[in-house]
Design a protein around this ligand. Sequence first.
Ligand code: FCB
Length: 485
Amino acid sequence: MSNDATAAPTTATAGRTFPEGFWWGSATAAYQIEGAATEGARGPSIWDTFSHTPGRTLNGDTGDVADDHFHRWQEDVGHIEDLGLDAYRFSISWPRVQPGGSGAFDEEGIAFYSRLVDALVEAGVRPVATLYHWDLPQELEDAGGWANRATAHAFAEYARRMARELGDRIDVWTTLNEPWCSAYLGYASGVHAPGRTEPAAALAAVHHLNLAHGLACRAVREELGASARLSVTLNLHVVRPDDPSSDDDVDAVRQIDALANRAFLGPMLDGAYPDDLLADTADVSDWSFVREGDLEIARQPLDVLGINYYSTAKVRRFTGDGQRQENDGHGASASSPWVGAADVEFVQQPGPYTAMGWNIEPAGMTELLCSVAAAYPDQPLMVTENGAAFDDEVSDDGRVHDPRRVAYLNDHIEAVGAAVDAGADVRGYFAWSLLDNFEWGYGYGRRFGIIRVDYETQARTWKDSAYWYRELVRTGSLPPITRGE
Ligand code: FCB
């Protein structure tokens, strides 16, 4: 694969075909696209507070307006339909449907999602609803946030009500999106809302998110019975040792794997926290917030396990000489998200990189899917996010030529196909993202969409990647791509 800007364009005809019934989708999240932050009864979320706090986001960007999807949802469903997507993954804004996160629900807020879901079904698109994509009602944060056990119970009640309201029309319920980010970036490094830098609180958040997941699964099943299809989306980390022959570096991988992956897979799929995780973090917390019965609740049968994959990481034992590197791709902070792993250093990965600075390594996708499939052979999997930010420009011809995004998507979908060939039970793939949107701490400074959004006019323009993806969805087979631009 050539990423050399000077290389002559070459046309590759990959042509890989995917199984009948494989879902092709695209994903978004409420706070990143909706805007209408104070419309109706919507209450503030931790991301409203965080983004309005000076210095927290690039250029002080907020989700106040974002893609104005709240008002333009019909047009956006039209794009989804024109793309021919089998499924659309969106998230419900908790503070829009239940301002404050407890007590009364707002009928108008719920009606927004009800209309959206109806329109998707009408267009022949399967709705995949995420209940929590990071926008915790601020009032719940004021009471302790995810470090507070009561938040998990509040979440289950919210999930129950959504199941009751929308359940007959939602194909897959996803409880949480990337609880790793909610816990460690929100409460340890503080680069995400609520911006706290309290390592012990981050571990409590890990547990309460696992508990919330289990309680919400139970609540949705109680409402909908056996027809409910449940999932969670994890951003599992592909971590490699700097020197594979070094026991220290291999042990550093084990530490990060425990914090990033097994801290969630353990409770949710095996009903237990890994012993090494508890031992590694013993100086930070005694984990006394884990109560009897919690792990039984956290472990719920999942119809599908969602996996988000973007990049890989390389670690080594930090010897204490010089400055410790933290090139983990999760944003610069004085505090580390890697609670209890101060002796682990993240090594800069070789390029090429996306505009996020994340290294591009499609083989990591195959490796990740195969390793999860090997550990949990009976668990169906779905790639619920994958994509890339690049500094797209509108050309003189009015189009957005994004060959690097097309190549990124092509190569990662090819890598998903390789995992399927190797026996991984992968049921679908969702491109992140349908639209350029509010990229959290990076604000509008990073564009992940296959559709461009002009934030001045809110005009949507299909990038070349959108046309390419439409062809893939139509044929079920990878269309030819041109490389080297
Ligand atoms: C994931 C998030 C998603 C988006 C992508 C780029 O971590 O789930 O909202 O920001 O990264």
